[in-house]
Design a protein around this ligand. Structure first.
Ligand SMILES: [Zn+2]
Length: 252
């Protein structure tokens, strides 16, 4: 049985009150039945479970209760493409989806986004990168990243919980060769009388001890501050008296 030979389009019924949140999608069609186990299934498409992410003659009547199912058609997707895919975008921002995360991923090229029922995962919102066949999945327990190493093209997978720092997100996307516009990554507002410093300026001030609190610091503290600045965990603001004020970046 070939997972990639035939597909069907699944279009949720027009009278579905949540139709706007449930875009049309497509899944493999298996004329010989959905197998009990499918070792070739990739976590990029969720967790395989029979009759969940695939359609066969047995489960077709159940699928038709919620959606119009097209006639089977030949699969024209390139090999390695996710098998359960969106056919139309969902309106964004969507319920339960961080606008910052959505903006950041959109800028990185993950432009095909929407609610997509992946088997075995609850409430899945998916972002696909159409050119790279990479995918980010937001679900009840966190965010899954199915990316490729920019040099080798080899796939890798990482996971973040529901709460993570913008720096962690940026670092992870960079590992997959994506560099979203840093303007979309949220910064805390500086105190009104101070001005924001970038991490290099701040590290320099700390290193040359050119601030009023330098005498109270220590090499260990300075090193920890410099590391946190470069990792993007904290930001620094210079006050009119020359002192430095540090803030944790907002957690989203
Ligand atoms: Zn089935």
């Amino acid at each position: 049985m070939d997972l990639t030979r035939l597909r069907v389009a699944v279009r949720p019924h027009a009278d579905d009150p949540h139709r706007a949140e449930r875009p049309e999608f497509s899944v493999p069609y298996l004329p010989d039945g959905c197998p009990a186990a499918e070792p070739r299934w990739s976590p990029i498409d969720g967790v395989y479970s029979p009759h969940q992410g695939t359609v066969c003659p047995d489960c077709l009547p159940r699928w038709r209760r919620d959606a119009d199912i097209s006639a089977p058609y030949p699969n024209l997707l390139p090999s390695g493409n996710p098998l359960v895919i969106l056919l139309e975008p969902a309106p964004t921002p969507a319920r339960g989806v961080s606008l910052d995360l959505a903006t950041c991923l959109d800028e990185a090229g993950f432009t095909r986004a929407g609610w997509l029922p992946l088997p075995g995962l609850a409430d899945t919102f998916v972002w696909d990168h159409p050119a790279d066949q990479t995918r980010v999945i937001l679900h009840a327990f966190g965010v899954e990243f199915h990316l490729r190493h920019p040099g080798t093209g080899q796939r890798f997978h990482t996971h973040l919980g529901r709460r993570f720092s913008p720096a962690r997100l940026r670092h992870l996307l960079a590992a997959g060769g994506y560099r979203p516009d840093t303007d979309s990554v949220p910064h805390p507002a500086p105190p009104p009388e101070g001005w924001a410093l970038d991490s290099d300026e701040t590290a320099l001030l700390i290193t040359i001890a050119d601030h009023p609190d330098a005498a109270r610091g220590s090499l260990v503290l300075d090193a920890a501050l410099a590391e946190a600045l470069h990792a993007g965990w904290i930001t620094a603001v210079a006050m009119p008296d020359g002192s430095l004020v540090f803030a944790f970046r907002s957690q989203r």
